[in-house]
Design a protein around this ligand. Structure first.
Ligand SMILES: *Cc1c(COP(=O)(O)O)cnc(C)c1O
Length: 360
């Protein structure tokens, strides 16, 4: 069997090797239960400990105060696009959505399907979403401001969160959650599909400020209601047990091996900085996002021609550098450098890129 490759996939994506090894080692007999984690009851003490530990580690890593609750839902980040307006805009109020790419566009679409009177005070669509808008004229009476903190497909990221005044932010952090510390000052809710940076597909982490739960109407379906999950510690029905277990192990690795989010942030800056700097000086590879809006997680770039891009991606794969093809909607190349990707992996990529350039 082939050994493990350097995995630059955008999601599902690379997970820390020690986490995968721990899963393997404890798979047949979880915590002396005589059962696999996929076979035990979600109501058992064994699973309850896993869930509560994942919640507590999230609270510590992000320094959450008592106002916040940590939930795990199913349906991915995409179901949140529907649930957010359904739960928070029942009284006819409006919300602001900043459009910074494919996922923001989908979030806007799901609010409009429900005839919610949302507004889009800023968009970067005019230049194919290669930048993050600045000086946005937010509406003071909005119920919330929705942003996508990292645009997985377009390779842009908010360098700092916008000032939305008294209006709480609701943030899709699917592809940069736990990549660094977050100033929670004006955040009403964070959500993230786990499969980019904190675990496998199947669970969506939701961090919600309790006052937002007061906006939730009674007459919406039980499974689409944040209160349902908040009141039952994510256990109204069977939660995605295996995904939550893996998330718990990733969070343990972040706390105990990496040493927290400041340390993770420094590593991520070094990794992305190495790759961008190499490309900027290469005269061959060209990063697609504007400087100042560049993502630390998803580095999108072009080569001088599409033929060269095809050859680059194919040869990279032969050299065990996988997942470098850009999203099908934009083409080009993309290297996703999530938390689990080490600086050694980035250095190997840069070596290959140098070599490829020299031969082209
Ligand atoms: C991948 C992604 C999504 C969609 O996530 P699903 O869990 O597949 O629904 C939404 N937002 C962002 C920023 C993403 O990267």
């Amino acid at each position: 069997m082939k050994d493990r490759i350097h995995n630059f996939n955008a999601g599902p994506a690379a997970l820390p090797l020690p986490v995968l090894e721990e899963i393997k080692d404890s798979f047949l007999n979880f915590n002396h239960s005589g059962m696999s984690i996929t076979e035990i009851s979600h109501r058992s003490k064994w699973f309850e400990d896993v869930l509560n530990d994942a919640v507590e580690r999230t609270r510590r890593l992000l320094k959450l105060n008592d106002q916040y609750q940590v939930l795990f839902l199913q349906g991915g980040a995409s179901l949140q696009f529907c649930m957010i307006p359904l739960n928070f805009l029942s009284d006819g109020r409006s919300a602001d959505y900043v459009n910074t790419g494919t996922w923001s566009t989908n979030a806007i679409k799901e609010a409009r399907i429900q005839n919610k009177p949302i507004k889009v005070p800023a968009s970067s669509e005019d230049r194919n979403f290669c930048y993050i808008p600045q000086n946005i004229p937010f509406n003071k009476d909005a119920a919330y401001v929705h942003i996508t903190s990292n645009n997985t497909i377009k390779g842009t990221q908010w360098a700092s969160l916008p000032n939305t005044g008294k209006v709480p932010m609701v943030i899709d952090m699917s592809s940069d959650i736990m990549s660094g510390p977050v100033d929670m000052d004006n955040i009403g809710m964070i959500y993230a599909g786990a499969q980019k940076n904190i675990g496998p597909a199947g669970a969506c982490m939701v961090i919600i400020r309790k006052d937002l739960l007061d906006l939730v109407p009674d007459n919406i379906p039980t499974m689409l209601k944040y209160k349902t999950f908040a009141e039952k510690n994510s256990m109204y029905n069977t939660p995605p047990c295996f995904a939550i277990y893996t998330i718990q192990l990733v969070l343990k690795w972040l706390e105990e091996t990496i040493g927290g989010l400041e340390k993770m942030d420094a590593r991520n800056r070094k990794k992305a900085g190495t790759l961008y700097q190499f490309m900027d000086n290469s005269g061959f590879y060209k990063a697609t996002a504007d400087k100042g809006s560049r993502s630390l997680m998803n580095v999108t770039f072009r080569l001088p021609s599409e033929d060269l891009e095809k050859a680059f991606i194919a040869e990279a794969a032969q050299n065990d550098l996988g997942g470098l093809k850009g999203h099908r909607s934009v083409g080009g190349c993309r290297a996703s450098l999530y938390n689990a990707t080490g600086i050694d992996v980035v250095n190997d990529l840069v070596s290959f890129m140098k070599d490829f350039q020299n031969r082209s």
